[in-house]
Design a protein around this ligand. Structure first.
Ligand code: URA
Length: 434
């Protein structure tokens, strides 16, 4: 087999066999296929696409390019979740304890934030003492003991994706649905769960902003997951405005704690209960997603989800008492209210711009090696459809210095667009693909 022939075949719109894809991925990982040939192949995929057979072969090849987590020692159906990333997305912190409290074991490996979107590990680590660096044995032992662990990646999972993503990032080939779907699903397969609920976000603050493209991505991932022998369900959720009210690590943790105490923002509670409903159903603790949703909400109302979160925090080195005083979490030295001068109905929110504002305050990373500040960020209490009167307080900016706070407050104001007539509220969930 010659790499050049496989590049040619894909360039001409041909379908590669599983053996040909194996040859490409193996060769790329072991260094016998150089970056320039793999880049050319990625570009050919970008223009020609891939069939579901090819996507599945690529995904399985990548999933098995390194270590694979074996969760079989943990009793029960293990259900994972994945979000394609958004602004203010603290869903995992609420959802996973809800699901674990309902009796579905959760062994979740999360990532860090980059660009305008945040990462669950950074958020969790803003709780004093909490470690997300669990080794494989500690991770599995914790899930067996208390039914939940939320940690960074353990072991060398999916090295092919790391290498391929690095290449795609510098060759303008990230935005290819077959390559994105294979990248995400390969990591989920390697993480070992039996079933996966995908939160595929669309809208201005999402990785995949166009709704149609997000649907196509969701369909592709669900199909690959099924062909790989796992149950996959995708929920399409709106990211045209931040989820909840807080953006920034400590602020988001405080909001997650309030939500776990059943006092959180309505949109965050709704998303967590819907995703939780599917996870609990897939974990066979409910007869359907609706019953699963009721059970998920019951875990909030009864305090069982919060108790599970406390258990997880304690198991990972934190002090559960700190959760009783979220106001004592790291606080920024300057807090400025954002006051809106105009009047009307909120028509649109520049969600990505708000994510970038939080990032430049220090809540996120522009580059992988940037150090984040847990205490900074912003809150935005208004949603599309809300009516604003002059001097309405939109929220707050939490910053390291007064001038940075003032600049960020101006950016928040610029991100809110008003209409002179009432504006309909948008549904949070647009579709479910199974
Ligand atoms: N997220 C991933 O994990 N992979 C991609 O290719 C794009 C987004």
């Amino acid at each position: 087999m010659r790499t050049v022939d496989l590049i040619w075949k894909k360039r001409e719109g041909g379908e590669l066999t599983a053996a040909e894809i194996h040859f490409l991925i193996q060769g790329f990982v072991d260094g016998t296929i150089p970056d320039y040939q793999m880049s050319a192949w990625c570009m050919a995929v970008y223009f020609q696409g891939m069939t579901f057979e090819e996507c599945t072969a690529l995904t399985l090849e990548m999933a098995h390019s390194g270590a694979v987590v074996d969760l079989s020692a943990i009793p029960g159906i293990k259900v994972d979740k994945h979000s394609t990333g958004g602004v203010g997305d603290k869903t995992s912190l609420v959802l996973l304890p809800m699901v674990a409290a309902a009796g579905v074991p959760v062994a979740k490996m999360s990532g860090r934030g980059l660009g305008h979107t945040g990462g669950t590990l950074d958020k969790l680590e803003s709780l004093p003492g909490v470690s997300t660096a669990l080794n494989r044995d500690a991770f599995l032992a914790q899930v067996s003991r208390i039914g939940i662990a939320l940690a960074g990646q353990t072991g060398n999972l999916v090295p092919a994706d790391k290498k391929l993503y690095g290449l795609r990032d510098v060759t303008a080939t990230v935005e290819s649905i077959p390559l994105i779907a294979s990248s995400i699903v390969s990591k989920k397969l390697a993480a070992g769960a039996d079933a996966v609920v995908l939160d595929v976000k669309f809208g201005d603050g999402a990785f995949m902003s166009q709704y149609d493209k997000a649907v196509e991505l969701a369909r592709t991932m669900v199909e690959i997951g099924k062909r790989a022998g796992r149950r996959f369900i995708a929920v399409l959720s709106d990211m045209n405005q931040p989820l909840g009210n807080a953006i920034g690590n400590s602020l988001e943790v405080a909001e997650a704690i309030a939500t776990l105490q059943n006092q959180g923002p309505a949109d965050l509670t709704e998303l967590c209960s819907i995703l939780g409903g599917y996870m609990i159903w897939l974990g066979e603790k409910a007869d359907g997603p609706e019953q699963g949703k009721e059970l998920a909400l019951e875990m909030l109302r009864s305090g069982k989800a919060f108790a599970k979160f406390r258990e997880m925090v304690a198991a990972q080195g934190g002090a559960p008492e700190s959760l009783d005083h979220p106001e004592r979490l790291a606080a920024a030295p300057f807090i400025q209210e954002v006051v809106f001068p105009g009047e009307g109905w909120v028509e649109r929110v520049d969600c990505r711009a708000l994510g970038l504002t939080a990032m430049t305050l220090g809540a996120g990373r522009a580059r992988l090696d940037d150090v984040i500040r847990p205490e900074v960020g912003l809150t935005l209490k208004v949603k599309v459809g809300d009516r604003l009167t002059p001097q309405s307080v939109l929220g707050e900016v939490h910053a390291a210095s007064p001038d940075v706070a003032a600049r960020a407050a101006r950016e928040v104001l610029n991100a809110i667009h008003l209409a002179s007539k009432p504006v309909a509220k948008q549904p949070l969930i647009a579709a479910v693909i199974s």
